[in-house]
Design a protein. Sequence first.
Length: 210
Amino acid sequence: MTESDLPLGGSRVQRRLAGAAVELFYRQGALATPVRQITEACDLTPGALYNHFGSKDELLYVLVRDIHLRLEDEVAEAVEAVAGDPLEELRAIVAVYVRRHADHRETARVANREYRLLGGAWYDEIVAIRRRLRDRLADVLLAGHEKGMFRLVGDAGGDGRAAAVRTAVPILDMCVHISEWFHDRHPLGAAELQAHYVELALRMAGARTD
């Protein structure tokens, strides 16, 4: 686990607790992980967690929120670098998703599996971030479709926005699931994996690259 896998802010102890929680949640899930196990991994007493987080649920929320926000920031930065070219914007988004889910498998899997355990406003906030990410890609696909660069499936009725959303969802889903199966000994390296998934996404979007 690297520094970029941990929450965006917080004290040294908070980050130690977050790092231990990510590893445990990744291996056995948040529900099966008691507070004592998290604090023991940091050589702390169980009460130490409550000095920094209101509960284990709050710790999970902070982890999941910050993992999603980091992904959103990286996507925004990548798109900004090629803004105005839907083809390159699609490539950029997929490249970021593949890298984050291949190189940061622990945090990616925790964020994508465990967010459903959150309730109320915390859950709503995570869902809102996920929808923003989906909508950013849908905007790219729609822009490319309107420029004749993409041919989206399901646009027979003229509802390009709906077709863009229906295409964005499976593109992101296939990238997200990389964290479930990719490993360091896989025959495809990170760069090859990115190129493969970018090509898949272009085909799903009906890209015209000639």
